[in-house]
Write a protein that binds this ligand. Structure first.
Ligand code: CAA
Length: 259
């Protein structure tokens, strides 16, 4: 059994694994220990057949206030390049199951970036998204300049990265950064409900769908369409495809085998 010091890991009902960042004294600042623990817990959920969806959350006050500035204070370009803490973040891009960020309060710097690495974002009304790295004399280093630009467009991403313009939850919804905004009392439950919906479906189809959508950020349109087609054809070799279509024709609910 893996023990963690900076996160809490829960397995609620109905196939949703929940990871709660828990460094309240540092507003969940993302040092190398917490990111290592988050990615380790995600990898364990990814291998666990009883889990169909992963939720990453913080507290009601703060999702995460960014990379740990105190840890970075004495870091040099050379130690960063030599395989420093941020190379670890690519582990999250290899998680095959959908990840939902449930965000309340500050999601700043690396906190905004780790939320954007998730597949969907559910926000509380108090959520605040921003890339304030420019105030520290640096730039977003965990995907902010790339994922934020793809999510909200060049003009707003530039403003956010160049001037520390922050987005309220409603603005984030308006610009397409988040899926939905709920009152603080219910945002986590709503994220869990969304996760349960995902977990109730064919996990093999879910995995290949996430994979195909993410390819839209990396491939040309024609390459992406070819990639989608291959995943589509692949699903015709699964028992779940036969079950899903048979259940539709027989007017009953499908029973997924996840294979
Ligand atoms: N790293 C380390 N410690 C942090 C932190 C961070 N990113 N953010 C907050 N903390 C610590 C504070 O130092 C403070 O600790 P002490 O009590 O020991 O002094 C504690 O958390 C509480 O913080 P505040 O007193 O500042 O709380 P506040 O409510 O007054 O302000 C805040 C909240 C606006 C989020 C403010 O803490 C803040 O601006 N934090 C930094 C945000 C930031 O610049 N993030 C980007 C980091 S760089 C990055 O993320 C690079 C990248 O792209 C990967």
């Amino acid at each position: 059994m893996t023990t963690y010091e900076t996160i809490l890991v829960e397995t609620p009902v109905d196939g949703v694994g929940l990871i709660r960042m828990n460094r309240p004294q540092a507003l969940n600042a993302l040092n190398s220990q917490i990111t290592h623990e988050i990615f380790t817990a995600m990898e364990m959920f990814d291998r666990d057949p009883s889990i169909g969806c992963i939720i990453l959350t913080g507290s009601d006050r703060v999702f995460a206030a960014g990379a740990d500035i105190k840890q970075m204070l004495d870091t040099t370009a050379i130690t960063m390049m030599a395989g420093g803490d941020f190379t670890d973040w690519s582990r999250m891009t290899r998680i095959g199951k959908p990840i939902i960020a449930a965000v309340s309060g500050f999601a700043l710097g690396g906190g905004c970036e780790i939320a954007m690495m998730c597949d969907m974002i559910i926000a509380s009304e108090t959520a605040q998204f921003g890339q304030p790295e420019i105030n520290l004399g640096i730039l977003p280093g965990a995907g902010g300049t790339q994922r934020l630009t793809r999510a909200v467009g060049k003009a707003l991403a530039m403003e956010m990265c160049l001037t520390d313009r922050r987005l309220s939850a409603d603005e984030a919804k308006h610009y397409g950064l988040v899926n939905a905004v709920y009152p603080i009392e219910v945002y986590l439950n709503e994220a869990i409900k969304l996760g349960q919906k995902v977990a109730s479906l064919s996990q093999v189809a879910i995995r290949l769908t996430k994979d195909a959508v993410n390819k839209a950020f990396e491939l040309s349109l024609q390459e992406g369409l070819n990639y989608e087609k291959r995943n589509f054809y692949l699903l015709f070799g699964t028992e779940d495809r036969t079950e899903g279509m048979s259940a539709f024709v027989e007017k009953r609910k499908p029973v997924w085998k996840h294979k």
